[in-house]
Design a protein around this ligand. Structure first.
Ligand code: NDP
Length: 253
């Protein structure tokens, strides 16, 4: 049976659009107080207003997760404002695709910095608070949900460094899970297939054309479908840990 999240505090990275926005809304609907982190302040404010209109408590944090100090400060401010941290949704990410040969190396650096280092900085800063929440919080369990991808399970031509970052997130999550699960911090991996968000739009135009061809006629997932999965994970009772969830659009091979 699901448990509501009243009295708990969640920090969601990449909350200014797509999956993060959906997850923040869904967790607020379950009663969690939410801290919204991303770089686009105005988008966070719009989401915060929506959550407040629904009766929720919310904090916005303008954060670039690739800056360790900013990631640390986001966690610090969340705890200073709300007194605790029970749930971290490590969702911020970028996907810059294309062949390895002649690839712009700066794109690789960006993916490693956001998808991997950013996630590690947030995890590191949050862990002491998650451990405390698991010990004496309202639910006596805490959650770190790391958003990977189907690309973290299966490497494909044209996805090289994105695959590498998401495989790394999977490896890190499993190692950390083993380290902290005995103390009731659940580390979960969510692996979406194609979701209709802004993610594809950051690619070079020629890559965007290829992606459009790949998904033509396919009914992609919506951000809310992944928010549902995240909500399912974090609303399980204390003795149930959902370690991994792979969610594809039905038509995706
Ligand atoms: P969006 O582009 O809609 O959202 C990405 C989010 O990450 C934005 O809120 C963006 O906010 C944030 N972000 C990017 N860079 C930074 C940064 N340096 N610091 C802080 N926040 C940052 O895409 P999705 O919602 O689709 O992506 C969310 C996650 O889901 C990613 O990890 C992605 O890899 C994963 N995923 C997505 C799939 C899809 O098909 N869409 C499939 C599988 C996985 P801002 O720009 O305001 O900083």
């Amino acid at each position: 049976m699901p448990e509501r999240l009243d009295g708990t505090v969640a920090l969601v990275t990449g909350a200014s659009s797509g999956i993060g926005e959906g997850a923040a809304l869904a967790l607020a609907e379950q009663g969690a107080t939410v801290a919204l982190a991303a770089r686009r302040a105005e988008r966070l404010e719009a989401l915060a207003s929506k959550i407040r209109e629904g009766g929720g408590s919310v904090l916005t944090l303008t954060v670039d997760v690739t800056e360790e100090e900013q990631a640390r400060e986001a966690v610090k401010r969340t705890v200073a404002e709300f007194g605790r941290l029970d749930t971290l949704v490590n969702n911020a990410g970028v996907m810059l695709l294309g062949p390895v040969v002649d690839a712009p190396v700066r794109e690789w650096e960006r993916m490693v910095q956001v998808n991997l280092l950013g996630l590690l900085y947030c995890a590191h800063a949050a862990l002491p608070h998650l451990l405390s929440a698991a010990e004496d919080g309202p639910r006596r369990v805490a959650d770190m949900v790391n958003v990977s991808s189907v690309a973290g399970r299966r490497a494909r031509r044209g996805f090289g460094v994105y695959n590498a970052t998401k495989h790394a997130v999977g490896a890190f999550s499993e190692s950390l899970r083993q380290e902290v699960t005995g103390r009731h911090v659940r580390v979960s991996l969510v692996e979406p297939g194609a979701v209709e968000t802004e993610l594809f739009g950051h690619n070079r135009p020629e890559i965007q054309d290829l992606l459009s061809e790949r998904y033509v006629g396919m009914e992609r997932l919506q951000a809310g479908d992944i928010a549902d999965a995240i909500t399912y994970i974090v609303t399980r009772p204390r003795h149930v840990a959902i370690n991994e969830m792979l969610i594809r659009p039905t038509e995706q091979e």
